[in-house]
Design a protein around this ligand. Structure first.
Ligand SMILES: Nc1ncnc2c1ncn2[C@@H]1O[C@H](COP(=O)(O)OP(=O)(O)OP(=O)(O)O)[C@@H](O)[C@H]1O
Ligand SMILES: [Mg+2]
Length: 223
């Protein structure tokens, strides 16, 4: 995780968003495996119940749709998400703050979204949304940025990031060969798309590697 000092200053920074009269949505983006979800969950535990989590991951198209569209083997690419649903949900957070908002979550074991897995109550003043494509300038994703107060870009060395992804694919059932092949064929083209959006971020957040809890070699014991 981000070093404790760095996290403290990010929490302080984000606390200013909580001072706003209106609800604010903070975006966290970065390439696959950079540490977006890890940073989001650290922020959320520091901020307590005034903050809520809305991962972009929940807007993955279900396998049944990916099969119909012939996109199953590119799951994770920009066109494999319901971007309109994500934009509509972000708009509802702004326009209907007095209603509990239900949003889909992503179930990693199933690799599928689950409707209404997430509930964001009216009491949530800061929503942390995180995902790969928050700053993409086209294909419908350009409608996301205006709905966010700020967007941070999580950056980590590419080799570290790739090893983490391989390890996570293995943890969720892929063989070492299949995990590596998926990272090179699917995750890395997506990573390049995301890396090209870095300059549009309000803040670039380094995810230091020296505090990693486990060795990053794919055949090392798992954390
Ligand atoms: N600082 C860190 N040190 C060690 N491992 C980490 C660190 N941050 C994240 N990881 C691990 O790396 C993997 C990817 O992290 P995480 O899920 O936070 O990234 P992500 O950007 O949300 O990925 P994705 O785009 O696939 O959702 C996870 O398995 C996580 O446990
Ligand atoms: Mg994630």
């Amino acid at each position: 995780m981000t070093a404790p000092d760095a996290l403290t200053s990010l929490v302080e920074h984000v606390a200013s968003l909580l001072e706003r009269a209106d609800r604010a949505v903070l975006g966290i983006t970065g390439p696959p495996g950079s540490g977006k979800s890890t940073l989001a969950s650290a922020l959320l535990s520091a901020l307590g119940p005034r903050a809520a989590h809305l991962p972009m991951d929940g807007f993955h198209l279900a396998d049944v749709q990916l099969d119909l569209l012939g996109l199953r083997d590119r799951k994770g690419a920009p066109e494999t998400f319901d971007v309109d649903g994500y934009v509509a949900t972000l708009s509802r957070l702004r326009d209907e703050p007095d209603r509990t908002l239900y949003a889909p979550g992503f179930e990693r074991d199933l690799e599928q979204p689950i409707a209404a897995a997430i509930a964001i109550p009216p009491s949530a003043r800061l929503i942390v949304t995180e995902g790969n494509y928050l700053l993409l300038p086209d294909r419908g994703w350009e409608r996301v940025r205006p709905l966010l107060a700020e967007v941070w870009f999580v950056e980590v060395a590419d080799d570290v990031r790739r090893e983490r992804l391989v390890r996570r694919h293995e943890e969720f059932g892929k063989s070492p060969e299949a995990a590596r092949a998926w990272v090179e064929r699917v995750d890395e083209p997506n990573a390049r798309l995301v890396a090209a959006t870095r300059d549009r971020a309000d803040l670039v957040v380094p995810a230091p590697v020296q505090t990693d809890p486990a060795p990053l070699s794919p055949d090392a014991p798992r954390a």
